[in-house]
Write a protein that binds this ligand. Structure first.
Ligand SMILES: *Cc1c(COP(=O)(O)O)cnc(C)c1O
Length: 242
């Protein structure tokens, strides 16, 4: 249990020194805790330490933990691949932002359901900046068109972009992914599209958060470095299609 609090202190220092190095203020970067496979009791340890932004990858886990965490004040994002047939369900669990919108069909389904329930939803557009087939996300060359189309859906509020960087020990290759996300953000800003805000760049994880912050990240998504190794390989979360 104590490990979570200690790990959070270490992450806090890493974020702070990356901010210092890149002349950014600490409050420009939010720490989001990726809580897949982490039980509510352990998640609450992080809440107690003051970190209340969390995210799940799977609707099933969101559902399982929902009742348990409902009365502990926190903010919840969704960062996993979202199937169109789960849109109705995700709206039951007080998710504040879906970071993984990567196709028009999904956005349209979401819009329809939001109209029906008279709600709105913040989203980020997920972009595949590493060009790896195993990762979800719209390709960089199609990102602007997708943003323009999603912007027409009035119940959906685009707040920025999300990406998963290349898994590589070569920092400069990882940095290229984050630079690309920043470039796409600037390109979208220049277009001045109504109903589109481009404040958020969700990029950086346990292994590469410093590089991401140097390149302009506003949300770093950290799991392993706070909660320890997960029992499943990441491919379980990123490659499956059902
Ligand atoms: C699990 C996950 C993270 C956090 O990964 P770690 O390497 O454990 O920090 C970030 N983003 C997404 C989309 C994830 O699924």
């Amino acid at each position: 249990m104590e490990a979570i609090v200690q790990n959070l202190q270490i992450i806090e220092q890493r974020i702070q020194s990356a901010c210092d190095r890149s002349n950014r203020k600490r409050d420009e970067v939010r720490l989001l805790l990726a809580t897949k496979t982490v039980n509510p009791e352990r998640i609450r340890k992080a809440f107690e330490a003051g970190y209340t932004l969390i995210a799940e990858n799977k609707i099933q886990e969101l559902k399982e933990k929902y009742e348990d965490l409902k009365d502990s004040p926190h903010t919840s994002h969704f960062i996993g691949h979202l199937q169109t047939n789960k849109v109705k369900e995700i709206l039951r669990y007080d998710v504040n932002c879906i970071e993984s919108v990567d196709r028009l069909k999904l956005a349209q389904k979401l819009q329809n359901r939001l109209v029906y329930e008279d709600k709105t939803m913040d989203v980020l557009i997920q972009i595949n900046t590493s060009f790896e087939e195993s990762k979800f996300g719209i390709s960089p060359e199609n990102a602007l068109d997708l943003v323009k189309e999603v912007a027409k859906l009035d119940r959906i509020r685009i707040k920025g972009l999300m990406t998963i960087g290349l898994f590589s020990a070569e920092t400069e290759k990882v940095r290229r992914c984050f630079k690309l996300l920043k470039e796409i953000q600037n390109q979208i800003i220049e277009e001045n599209i109504p109903n589109v805000e481009m404040k958020e760049l969700s990029m950086g994880m346990s292994g590469d958060l410093e590089v991401a912050i140097e390149e302009g990240s506003t949300i770093v998504r950290v799991g392993t470095a706070v909660f320890g190794k997960r029992p499943y390989p990441d491919s379980y979360y990123w490659n499956e299609r059902n």
